[in-house]
Design a binder for this molecule. Structure first.
Ligand SMILES: [Zn+2]
Length: 223
């Protein structure tokens, strides 16, 4: 018995195309086509598309042209929503390829030392307001001020703040979209603040960069 005959028998026994497909090892659509050769199926849609292609494409182009802003706003929201996902995936990838990535980065840094140095110098000159605390120094302050458990709790807290439905800047009170949120050490690390959950707060980019290593009292904010 061929699989089609077998399928026909199962169909007359009342089985669904899906179940038949599973039992004969074919896609349900293949089964349905084989048992109903007279039915035009999806080709109808394809024929229609080919026949009207020029018109369909022109219509689509017109729609895009008329709704450019709307579409790009929609895409921006979508990207924003996917941001945390992407970051989590990046983190996962980085963890899996840590050594490889580190040696790649070291090699890149060694090869481009001058370029990196001049870029950093230019950035500092163009942004005198930004006090850049060196990565290593900052990391030391973070790890020196908290236990691994506290850092893990802080990481979770930061993730929660960044993905929460709503969040406001603790300094200016503005409601912040996900992309606008930064995390501030309420008592700065440079002033002995610790990298622990109750010393972290959500701030907007502009307040955070204005505050830098100041205490909240010094920027005139009451908590
Ligand atoms: Zn703010």
């Amino acid at each position: 018995m061929t699989w089609v005959e077998e399928a026909r028998e199962m169909r007359s026994g009342g089985m669904t195309y899906h179940a038949i497909g599973l039992s004969v090892g074919k896609h349900s659509a293949t089964v349905s086509r084989a048992l109903n050769p007279e039915r035009p199926h999806r080709n109808r849609q394809r024929d229609w598309y080919i026949k009207n292609r020029a018109e369909i494409l022109a219509k689509r182009a017109g729609y895009y042209a008329e709704h450019t802003e709307e579409i790009s706003a929609y895409k921006a929201v979508w990207r924003e929503e996917k941001r945390e996902d992407r970051k989590a995936k990046d983190r996962e990838y980085y963890a899996a390829h840590k050594d490889e990535r580190k040696s790649q980065m070291r090699a890149y840094a060694a090869e481009n030392r001058e370029r990196i140095r001049s870029y950093a110098a230019r950035y500092r000159k163009e942004h005198p307001e930004v006090e850049i605390e060196h990565g290593a120094e900052r990391r030391m302050r973070i790890s020196g001020s908290s236990s691994p458990q506290e850092r893990e709790a802080a990481r979770k807290f930061i993730h929660k703040v960044k993905t929460a439905q709503r969040a406001i800047c603790y300094l200016c009170g503005k409601r912040l979209s996900r992309g606008e949120r930064t995390i501030d050490h309420i008592i700065p690390l440079a002033k002995g603040g610790r990298h622990v959950t109750n010393n972290l707060a959500c701030a907007c980019r502009s307040c955070n960069s204005k505050k830098k290593a100041k205490l909240p009292e010094e920027v005139g904010v009451l908590l």
